[in-house]
Write a protein that binds this ligand. Structure first.
Ligand code: XIL
Length: 409
């Protein structure tokens, strides 16, 4: 097997950690790393932001910056290169969901998840495990959603959590234990057999079991539309507060952040919502950011860049907002193009079909650069759009991971 070049991301991450540690010790506020300390190896100099990738800048804020990936994407050259260069967190888009890991009773499938988790480990990225229990019957295997007996469903849930969390213990930094427990466009419980058959304690039980299986993993609850569906933020806050009151081991709340270009972002309101979670002692993250454009709008990408910038600004304004993950990497592949809610192509991501950075990329990049090296009279913090980000290291495809009961990377 050929030797793999030492990925730039590892060297930079080390320097970034040291720098961030230093800034922390000195008590500097978030985002106030000086240009002198905030200089990373591997060609990234924050005083010349165009030399830095998103993850290099974000590490100095500090902020995790994430993308999704599927197994076939982490073996694809440009896709893998871009992931490793630009991101510090990876969310398997589908590979860890129940419908992927156990589509039929006792039929365990881990090849796809192993490939994504193995890639993340190889390139020093943290894994966001998405998701143990997606509380939408539409996205629950039929053999599970058709169980109408609490004891039987509890046993199935327990086996699922034991098997999946147990397998990836130590390899998955944080789990979205429960996804979308509230109704998509409302404030009540979602349409799920977990609510209707198991009753109100199913979320607390799932978190407790996951914690028992991997006490080092952070446990998160993830929700869609809580930032803009009327009343939904309060419903989510009530749900989460109830869990905390019961002593449930929960570490964070994920705000998915799927947005439309035509939907203005009230960054102040979003930051205030996030602070209501951090005031409870939790972390928050934007976990599934994408911004659909209208194919007939010639200025779509400019407006899109503004929406991305506002979403990142809201996160950066909250001390406990520690991650922004994009729901996809390039416009060539997005779930939005197939759901039929918005006209395709939606082109909602940071990179175009040819892996070229879009205005949205540069809006985020400029914002992060400003955070780590505030503009002075002699420097410009926002780089002008360049043809593309710095040339990536060439990566070898991830090695296949053998099917073993416990994931070892
Ligand atoms: C989506 C995936 O992107 C699609 O490939 C899949 O067909 C359905 O699920 N909210 C979530 C994600 O929490 O898991 C969803 O992902 C998108 C909406």
């Amino acid at each position: 097997m050929l030797d793999r070049p030492e990925p730039m991301i590892r060297r930079v991450a080390l320097t970034a950690v040291l720098t961030v540690g230093l800034v922390g010790l000195l008590g500097a506020p978030r985002g106030a790393a000086s240009a002198a300390t905030a200089q990373a190896e591997g060609g990234c100099e924050v005083s010349r932001p165009a030399t830095c990738s998103l993850s290099e800048l974000a590490a100095l804020v500090p902020l995790r910056i994430g993308s999704t990936a599927e197994a076939e994407e982490v073996v694809d050259g440009p896709y893998a290169d871009t992931l490793a260069r630009e991101f510090s967190s990876l969310t398997p888009e589908n590979a860890l969901k129940w419908y992927s890991t156990q589509p039929n009773p006792g039929e365990w499938r881990f090849e796809a998840a192993d490939a994504v988790v193995g890639f993340a480990r190889e390139y020093g990225m943290q894994v966001r495990g998405h998701t143990l229990l997606w509380a939408q019957d539409t996205y629950t295997p039929t053999w599970v959603s058709s169980i109408d007996n609490a004891a039987e469903l509890n046993a199935a849930v327990e086996t699922q959590i034991r098997t999946v969390v147990g397998r990836y213990a130590g390899s998955v930094a944080r789990w979205d234990v429960v996804n979308e427990p509230l109704s998509t466009l409302g404030t009540g419980p979602s349409d799920s057999v977990f609510w209707s058959v198991l009753g109100p304690d199913w979320i607390a039980d799932a978190f407790r079991l996951a914690h028992e299986l991997d006490p080092t993993a952070e446990l998160w609850l993830n929700e869609i539309g809580s930032d803009w569906v009327p009343g939904k933020h309060q419903a989510l806050l009530d749900l989460v507060s109830g869990l905390i009151d019961q002593g449930v081991p929960i570490h964070g709340v994920g705000i998915q952040g799927h947005r439309l270009n035509s939907q203005p972002v009230d960054g102040v309101a979003l930051a205030a919502q996030m602070r209501e979670f951090t005031d409870l002692g939790l972390s928050v993250a934007i976990t599934e950011l994408d911004v659909a454009t209208d194919p007939s709008d010639p200025d779509g990408f400019t407006a899109q860049a503004g929406v991305y910038r506002s979403m990142f600004e809201a996160c950066l304004a909250v001390a406990g907002c520690e991650e922004v993950t994009m729901w996809g990497l390039t416009d060539a592949s997005t779930w939005l193009d197939s759901i039929g809610i918005v006209p395709a192509p939606t082109r909602p991501l940071l990179f175009d079909e040819q892996f070229m950075a879009k205005p949205a990329y540069w809006a985020v990049h400029g914002l992060l650069a400003q955070q780590v090296a505030p503009p002075t009279s002699s420097t410009t913090s926002t780089p002008q759009p360049a043809p593309n980000p710095p040339a990536p290291p060439t990566l070898m495809p991830a090695a296949p991971v053998p099917a073993v009961p416990r994931f070892t990377g």
